[in-house]
Structures are given as C-alpha cells and as structure tokens.
Design a protein around this ligand. Structure first.
Ligand code: PLP
Length: 357
C-alpha cells in the first residue's frame, strides 16, 4: 500500500498569513537576490525550507509560560524552572544558559581550546568547528564511512568511527585532546542518528584515555527516537529514558535550544566539571549575562522549559519523523536529490508551521 503521512497530534490554534506568489514573480525575486536564498526577504518566500532553527511555532503551553516569566536580574524563579527541565533529561551538575548554541560553544572552547589541541567528533557542526579553530585548535571529523555515502542505507550513519578515534586518542592522549564531541543527530552529516552502542563505545574509549565526552545535543529527541525505533532493546524504553541514558554517558553538552527544545532562541552549556564550569561562568558574564539568565529573558527560559518536555512526546516525534520521511520519499520520487533518506533532521522543517499554536 502507498505510504501516507499521519495525522498531526495537535490542532492549529493561530495562523500566519503568507503572501502568494506565482512562478514569474518567484523567478524575478530569486534573480534579484543573486540566486542566494539568504538574500531573500522572508515575506517573499511561500514555503520556507531554509531551516527549522528557531523558526517553529510554539505550543499554547509555551505561550502561557511566556506570561509566567519573571524578569528579575538574579535568582529568578524562571531560572529554576528552566534548570529543572534541563536536568530532568540531562542530569549534569552545572547548567549555564546562553542565547543560542554557538555561544555555549564559544564559551566551552575558549576554556578548553587553544593551539595544539585537537577535538575529534563524528562531524562538527560548522559553528562548533569555527569556535574550535578560532582558538587555534584542530576540529576533526571521524564519522563512519557509511556516513559519507548519501545513497547507502544504514540505521546509524551518524556514528563515529571507534577504531579511528581509538588510534587518535592513543597517539595524542588527554593533554592534546581536552574532550571528544558527539553531535546527535549528526547535523552536518545529513541529520543522521548516533546509536546508543556507539555513544557507549565512545565513552569506553574516552575512559581508557581519561578524556571527557561531550554531546552537541541539538537534536537529542530525534536521536532518541531513532534509537527507540532502530536499536535492539530500546523499543520498550521511553524517549525521556533514552535521553537520560545518552546524557549519563557524557560529561557535558552544548545545546542550541532553537532545535529540539522548541524555542525561537536559546541554548545552554551543561557539564559536571567544577573548574570548567567556574571559568565558563566567568566568560558568560562578559558576553551573555548573569549565570541565572545567560543570554535569555525569564520568559524565554520558561518557554524553553515547556518546549524541552514537549519535545520528547512519542506522538509528536512519531508524527515529525513520519512527515519528514513522507517529504523525503516524495522528493526522491520526483527525482530531486535527497541527502538523508534514513535520517531526520534536514527535513524536520515540518514541525514549524503549526505546532499546537
Ligand atoms: C548540531 C548543531 N550544533 C550547533 C548549532 C549552533 O546553534 P545556534 O544556531 O543556536 O547557534 C547548530 C545550529 O544549527 C547545530 O545544528
């Protein structure tokens, strides 16, 4: 039977009108933009597939949380609500809020980076790579071979190559490798997921050489969903439990809350190391703000707290991945190249237009 998309698990509660254009107008608009989509005015774009980063609609409970936000400079209750929501899934000792993901990266790598250091990953996202290289350090991508072959079908094409990682850590050791990073899902590699087994094996190699493991966890909920769907033994586990297991294998994380945490802005750095956390908070104050709000308003902290818990809903993730697959298959049938047929993220543009608002 032909695959059909599934019913979205929400009602649309407000709508944003879009400007309708015809092909002739669109050709003119894109020509004027020099064929660079970043030069387009968003009002001229009928279907905006540029990114889902921070562009999605918030749920009614997120909007309600905005009203609940407390804008006290220090010690706002909104901070506690945010911190509890983060640690419910990612039980790290220190949570440091930032205005978006790259600010968390900038702070982390300013503390641990520098000339002569090397940071291996499955694939660094471009801002992560830039923040590493800006300190004089080297960013190294070690994704498995299948992850570099767009047409190869493999359930976890975001996995890091454990043998190459092991050889590297043996050669360089903890003085030159301050941490290993896993991007889940592997966004720059087509949004491909990383298996729990691969995270566990990465942890074991890191332990052998006494090197911490960090997650770039922007798509944590999708990654957990793929583990739930594809990895032996996880079909009976809840997504929140899978997220906690992933987090439990790591020493810290960076997060862009503009992705799975359903925010229009936000991010955080979370970690267990007291010394790094102290230095990170000092840098935070220079560019982001006081440690109980970072770069965020109290209302943003509260909206994110709700988004984090809504992002791990099974019904929602099932819908999100199914509609992504539907789009991918339709594009494939139409002969349009698709780079991530078995992964999720690049097509997770579907959450935007109507998530429960
Ligand atoms: C995997 C990954 N890491 C980091 C970032 C940077 O986050 P932000 O855009 O919030 O600075 C992104 C953004 O797309 C990302 O996808």
């Amino acid at each position: 039977m032909e695959f059909n998309t599934i019913i979205e698990p929400f009602r649309i509660h407000s709508v944003e009108p879009i400007k309708m254009t015809n092909e002739v107008q669109r050709r003119e608009i894109i020509s004027k933009a020099g064929y660079n989509i970043f030069n387009l005015k968003s009002e001229d774009v009928m279907i905006d597939l540029l990114t889902d980063s921070g562009t999605g609609a918030m749920s009614k409970n997120q909007w309600a949380a905005i009203q609940h936000g407390d804008e006290s400079y220090a010690g706002s209750p909104s901070w506690e609500i945010f911190r509890s929501a983060v640690t419910a899934l990612f039980p790290f000792k220190h949570v440091i809020p930032t205005h978006q993901g790259r600010a968390a990266e900038k702070i982390l790598f300013s503390v641990v980076g520098g000339n002569g250091k090397t940071f291996p990953s499955n694939t660094h996202f471009d801002t992560t790579r830039a923040n590493i290289e800006f300190t004089g350090a080297t960013a190294l991508d070690l994704v498995i071979e299948e992850g570099t072959q767009p047409r190869t079908i493999h359930p976890f094409k975001g996995n890091i190559d454990i043998d190459r990682l092991e050889r590297l850590l043996r050669e360089l050791g903890p003085d030159q490798v301050p941490l290993v990073m896993l991007t889940i899902t592997n966004n720059s590699g087509g949004g491909q997921p990383v298996s729990m087994q691969n995270i566990r094996e990465t942890r074991e190699v890191c332990d052998t050489y006494n090197i911490p493991l960090y997650l770039d966890a922007c798509r944590f909920a999708e990654n957990a969903w793929f583990i739930h769907e594809r990895e032996h033994g996880y079909d009976t586990q809840s997504v929140p439990d899978i997220v906690r297991e992933m987090a439990g294998l790591a020493d810290g994380m960076t997060m862009s809350a503009k992705k799975d945490p359903m925010g229009n802005n936000g991010g955080w750095l979370a970690l267990n190391d007291d010394q790094i956390a102290q230095e990170a908070r000092t840098l935070l104050i220079l560019t982001e703000g006081f440690p109980t709000y970072g770069g965020l308003a109290g209302r943003d902290l509260e909206a994110l707290a709700v988004g984090i818990s809504e992002a791990v809903s099974h019904d929602y993730l099932k819908y999100r991945i199914a509609s992504t697959q539907y789009l991918g298959d339709a594009l494939d049938k139409a002969g349009i190249p698709v780079s991530c047929r078995s992964g999720g993220t690049q097509f997770t543009l579907m959450r935007g237009p109507g998530y429960a608002t």
